[in-house]
Design a protein around this ligand. Sequence first.
Ligand SMILES: NC(=O)c1ccc[n+]([C@@H]2O[C@H](COP(=O)([O-])OP(=O)(O)OC[C@H]3O[C@@H](n4cnc5c(N)ncnc54)[C@H](OP(=O)(O)O)[C@@H]3O)[C@@H](O)[C@H]2O)c1
Length: 282
Amino acid sequence: MEIRGSTTVYGIIGYPVKHSLSPLMQTAAFQEAGIDAVYVPFEVKPEHLKTALDGIRALNVMGVNVTIPHKERVVEFIDFLDEDAEFLGAVNTIKNVEGKLHGYNTDAVGFYRSLVEEGIALKGKTAVMFGAGGAAKAVGYALLKGGVKFLHIFNRNFSRAKELGDLLSRLGNVLVYPLKESAVETVLPTADVIVNTTSVGMKSSDPHLFDYSKIPEGKTVVDIIYTPPETELLKAAKKKGCKVVNGLGMLLYQGVAAFEIWTGRKAPAELMKKVLLEELYG
Ligand SMILES: NC(=O)c1ccc[n+]([C@@H]2O[C@H](COP(=O)([O-])OP(=O)(O)OC[C@H]3O[C@@H](n4cnc5c(N)ncnc54)[C@H](OP(=O)(O)O)[C@@H]3O)[C@@H](O)[C@H]2O)c1
């Protein structure tokens, strides 16, 4: 592409940021949509976060994504927060509106849309979620806003599970448990949708979260991990005739939502997906 005086700048702030797939995905989207913009990675150390946000205003950077470790701390430097970002206390997308920074969280909507695209309905369902970290917050929120009737949360660190349970119980019926085999075995048969939001499964040497032979047959099992494309959990679920979904859709649709917030235009989701698939799985 040609960079001109009129070219606008978007980007992602994180630390580290080298691993991010967003520059590839968003650059392709801007090009496809014929928008005169670039999207670049900004490696921002935690101690420079405020300065970086002032820089966004000063340099008229039109929008950025925010990734680890800044999603929560960035909130204090934002001028306006949308409803999801306010509830979650975390921002992954910023739009610069005439020097005022508007903060959004598209992780929740990204997760939700990834299920909708797979034809998975949540209304009145029972969900079992593993994990209580940053991603779990957005996923649990999306599950409850999407209409699940009961959300059971398992986490290794129980106090973290309780903290998340306290927050999410404002939206519906939430029960929390320590990650113990006996409790998992009791609750799992009641599940319609099982979701892994922990990082367990990224490495082939990872332990199993629970005894995967206990996955009930014919359910929906979602793992928000996208590399590898099929974790041990998803492999086991497939053998049980479950519908399985990995984390590629969540990654894709958080980016689609960010693009649409920035540009007010429909994102070229098919192309963005193709770019991600090629980069991740070759
Ligand atoms: N698809 C997407 O777009 C997307 C977006 C965000 C994140 N993710 C993925 O989601 C995963 C979690 O990210 P995060 O930001 O939520 O991380 P995080 O805040 O660090 O949380 C990590 C979670 O994993 C659990 N965990 C880690 N090792 C474990 C083990 N050996 N046994 C049991 N539980 C373990 C932690 O439990 P404790 O609390 O007990 O430590 C915690 O619940 C990562 O794999 C990330 O790649 C995907």
